[in-house]
Design a protein around this ligand. Structure first.
Ligand code: HEC
Length: 131
């Protein structure tokens, strides 16, 4: 057996595994895109502050998701339960790019009455992912 064969096998193993790891990172991709759109460094603290901040109508992200992301939330209007947003409690969270962008858009509109800026979206995701 040629000596380089084990190395070759390890390298090809790494290549096969690489996309699996990358698939866990739609948030990393989005954060990069938000920075390309002009956002600066992201801050989980700012994200948390914004999470609790009330818009003109007295609405905040916590209205439905509560201030404890590890807990289950409840839709403030329909009363429907919302599963925990914290990836530590709910491994499905922040794994699907389409879910993330769709709900960020809708929820920003509903809560703040406008779309969130790239900076705000990045701060939110930085906060949520640490929960
Ligand atoms: C009126 C209730 C409501 C408010 C207020 C609200 N959300 Fe949500 N949010 C939902 C619902 C409903 C879903 C989708 C159901 C689910 O995923 O459990 C959701 C899903 C999400 C998701 C998708 C996560 C994933 O990967 O599955 C994110 C991110 C999110 N919300 C962030 C926010 C942020 C940030 C705010 C504040 C700007 C906010 N939400 C305010 C109801 C709300």
């Amino acid at each position: 057996m040629p000596r380089f064969l084990p190395i070759l096998l390890i390298l090809s193993g790494l290549l096969i595994m690489a996309p699996v790891h990358a698939a866990g990172g739609p948030v990393d991709d989005l954060l990069k895109e938000y920075q390309r759109d002009g956002a600066g460094e992201f801050s989980p603290e700012d994200g948390h502050r914004l999470w609790r901040a009330e818009g003109e109508e007295g609405r905040s992200c916590a209205s439905c998701h509560t201030d404890d992301l590890t807990a289950a939330g409840k839709h403030v209007r329909t009363g429907k339960p919302i599963e925990s947003l914290a990836p530590s409690h709910n491994p499905e969270r922040l794994t699907k790019r389409r879910e993330i962008t769709k709900w960020l858009y809708r929820n920003c509109k509903w809560t703040l009455g406008r779309a969130c800026t790239a900076q705000e979206k990045g701060d939110f995701l930085s906060y949520i992912r640490t929960q």
